[in-house]
Design a protein around this ligand. Structure first.
Ligand code: ADP
Length: 724
């Protein structure tokens, strides 16, 4: 089917033709045949790189031309930016694109001026909770990576959000994009959607298992020359010699860095001078923007053409690695499975070095087929590679046979709703009541009856869980339950509304309110620990060597904690120590301890510090708002901490860190030199400032605080009006 034959405006046809897309891929053609452009709901369960985005674009563009508005829901912030950048290329058609990934309690009404809005599922949920008005205008809803309904953490929010959107805008067209899963038909039926289910790929994928001296594909073998004692390294070198790039999936962050280090010593020998020169520049960029040891290790690997990628890296380093790989300068990335979860980074050969993953309940466990298929599916760059190869590694023949049966020849699993637990449902029961989707128990049950959970399983089990949630919310004064013989009416209280809008788990809300009421005297640590004790905070893992150190810390700071569980209740106490450890990290962060020291004290990556600080800032914000509502005196204290967590600095630096171009390290330098406030800085002499932070930064800072900076006539250094 040719693009030219589609029922879409000519200028849009020309745009795609000019970009090289003249003919639809078979699954795309099937989608059109099944009503994509006639506003039919559609579930496309097709492999990576088979053109799902184009499907969404065609439907969105057509709807927008007819006066509609589209919402594009993605699971990750990084993916939101990737899609946002792509859709901005549609600007020549007057298409306005917005992205919404920010604070959870804002309505982002300004986004309503856009035609396409890209948002994460959590942000979409929060926009619905906050009553964002443009949500009602949305008439095309795209849900990317919809198989994540199966995820324990993210699935329930996605599921309830989709259910709400379908209720709010029953006329909208839903386009759900999924990896190939076992029960795609069932998902499509839930969505009342046509199904496009296909294994078609633009580049062939050869799935194989390395065993002995060769990769064994179905039907043929490829011998791999032994250049190193490590087989995965040999596979990497083989790919590079043939002109391809490699993605290596590892089970842990430590292994990622370990493999990158060892492989880089071999890879470097295959690089030409030009590439090496560019890599050195890239590595210098990493080193100059990182405070940590990890940054140094990463930079050393990049110099030799290899990188590692995981959630412990800070976001600018992740971006450098991704861009470097796309430019074909970085030849190999070793990664935890985050990269398989959607980022568009294909490679000639994917090596799955370890198919087991650590599970806190069961130890090392084999990964699901769905995850294997997603990793394998990264192999083969469309239009660039003749084919893609994915390789598992087996040590023995028995393992080879198992891998063949359990992965290469296996079908992906069915996906299952994870909505059926109190932990998953509590927050959604509250928001459903707050937002008027249900005003009594019967309506609530009816709403929940429209979820994928209810579609897959009997609702009676859900009823019990929902009743437990209602009980919890009523006991904690978030809803009022009014029983009459005919019905049980449910209405939200001010507290319930606030908790829903703040986008925190009602359990977190209850814990914070309870803590604030009980606290007699508070310190930084009191409030930091309070937020770390909520289920919305991901606690740090306790290592056996931590116990004594954290226990001693608790003893010497016992007045700072609202409540310390008895040491006889061993599980509670151990859990408490994990919360304290997390609070200690945050305390170091706001006390300006260098990131490198924090990563060493707590055995975390720089990216983890930022992720924890982000969550902590949001929960401290919630604490501020809850303290205001219940009328305790700690709201301004919490507000101060919120800001300190944002900047990672002490109170006296708050004025300085608020200036653009001044981070916590520079602010401290300025403060030490006597520039303790904005007013002092405004009076600063350029030459002194320039000695402190360098000429460019000094000029930047001065211009950012409204001090005019002029270029001197005879010298190239600028002067500010204060020096004149
Ligand atoms: P997916 O979302 O399924 O992983 P994408 O939509 O990102 O895949 O598409 C992968 C690449 O294929 C993109 O670069 C896209 O421009 C290109 N592409 C999509 N459809 C076609 C087509 N019909 N002809 C040629 N290239 C296409």
């Amino acid at each position: 089917m040719l693009i030219r034959e589609l029922d879409i405006p000519d200028d849009i046809i020309r745009f795609y033709e000019d970009s090289g897309i003249k003919e639809l891929y078979p699954p795309q053609a099937e989608a059109v045949d099944k009503g994509l452009l006639e506003r039919k709901n559609l579930l496309a369960a097709i492999p990576t790189a088979s053109g799902k985005t184009l499907l969404a674009e065609l439907a969105m563009l057509k709807a927008i031309r007819n006066g509609g508005k589209a919402l594009y829901i993605v699971p990750l912030r990084a993916l939101a930016s990737e899609k946002f950048d792509r859709f901005r290329e549609l600007a020549p058609f007057g298409i306005k694109v917005g992205i919404s990934t920010g604070d959870f309690d804002s309505r982002d009404e300004w986004l309503g001026a856009n035609d396409i809005i890209v948002a994460t599922s959590e942000k979409t949920d929060s926009l619905l909770r906050n009553g964002t008005s443009w949500m009602e205008e949305v008439n095309t809803i795209v849900v990317d990576e919809v198989h994540l309904l199966d995820s324990k953490n993210r699935g329930p929010t996605l599921e309830v959000t989709m259910t709400k959107l379908m209720r709010l805008n029953p006329e909208s067209q839903i386009i759900a994009l999924s990896a190939t899963v076992g029960n795609a038909r069932e998902m499509a039926d839930w969505l009342d959607a046509e199904l496009v289910l296909s294994e078609w790929r633009p580049t062939d994928l050869h799935e194989g298992i390395f065993f002995g001296e060769a990769i064994n594909f179905l039907g043929n073998q490829k011998k791999i020359e032994r250049r190193d004692k490590d087989n995965a390294t040999n596979l990497v070198l083989d790919t590079l010699i043939e002109g391809g790039q490699c993605l290596v999936f590892e089970s842990s962050r430590r292994n990622c860095a370990g493999f990158a280090k060892s492989a880089s010593n071999k890879v470097v020998k295959l690089l030409d001078r030009d590439v090496r020169g560019k890599l050195v520049q890239m590595a210098d960029g990493v080193e100059s923007t990182g405070e940590t040891d990890t940054a140094k290790v990463l930079a050393n690997c990049i110099r030799k053409g290899v990188a590692f990628h995981h959630a412990g890296l800070n976001s600018s380093h992740r971006k450098i690695v991704e861009d470097g790989f796309r430019q074909n300068l970085i030849k190999v990335i070793s990664s935890t499975p985050t990269l398989a979860a959607g980022l568009n980074l294909p490679a000639r050969r994917v090596i799955i070095r370890n198919y087991r993953r650590f599970d806190s309940n069961f130890g090392m466990q084999p990964i699901p087929v769905l995850e294997y298929k997603q990793m394998a599916g990264r192999a083969g760059r469309p239009h660039l590679d003749p084919y893609g190869e994915s390789v598992l590694l087996a040590k023995e023949y028995a393992e080879f046979e198992q891998l063949l049966e359990n992965y290469v020849e296996a079908d992906p699993e069915d996906i299952w709703s994870k909505l059926g637990t109190e932990n998953a449902l509590r927050t959604h029961v509250l928001s459903t009541i707050v937002n008027g989707f249900a005003s009594d128990r019967a309506e609530l049950m009816e709403f929940m009856g429209a979820t994928f959970f209810a579609f897959q399983q009997d609702t009676w089990s859900l009823e019990d869980v929902i009743d437990d949630c209602i009980g919890f919310l009523a006991d904690n004064a978030m809803i009022v339950k009014d029983e009459t013989p005919e019905s049980i009416s449910l209405s939200s209280t001010q507290l319930g509304k606030l908790v829903s809008m703040l986008y925190i788990d009602p359990m977190s809300g209850a814990k914070i309110v309870d803590g604030l009421k009980k606290a007699i005297n508070i310190t930084d640590l009191t409030l930091l620990h309070l937020i770390c004790s909520t289920p919305d905070m991901r606690q740090l893992y306790m290592r056996s060597s931590d116990y004594i150190m954290i226990n001693d810390f608790v003893m010497s700071h016992s007045d700072d904690f609202i409540e310390i569980p008895s040491q006889f209740k061993q599980t509670d106490y151990e859990w408490f120590l994990g919360e304290v450890k997390t609070a200690m990290l945050l305390d170091e962060w706001i006390s300006e301890i260098p990131a490198d020291d924090i990563t060493q004290h707590f055995n975390v990556g720089e990216g983890d510090i930022h992720a924890l600080a982000d969550t902590a800032e949001w929960l401290m914000h919630a604490t501020t708002k809850l303290a205001e509502l219940i009328g305790v005196k700690y709201s301004s204290y919490a507000r101060g901490l919120e800001k300190r967590i944002h900047y990672g600095a002490s109170p006296e630096l708050m004025e300085l860190v608020g200036i653009r171009g001044v981070g916590r390290v520079r602010a401290r330098k300025l403060y030490k030199a006597g520039f303790v406030s904005l007013a002092e800085l405004k009076k600063a002499d350029y030459s002194i400032l320039s000695k402190l932070v360098g000429p460019n930064v000094a000029a930047n800072i001065l211009s950012n605080i409204g001090v005019r900076v002029k270029k001197q006539v005879d010298k190239s250094t600028p002067i500010n009006s204060n020096t004149l």
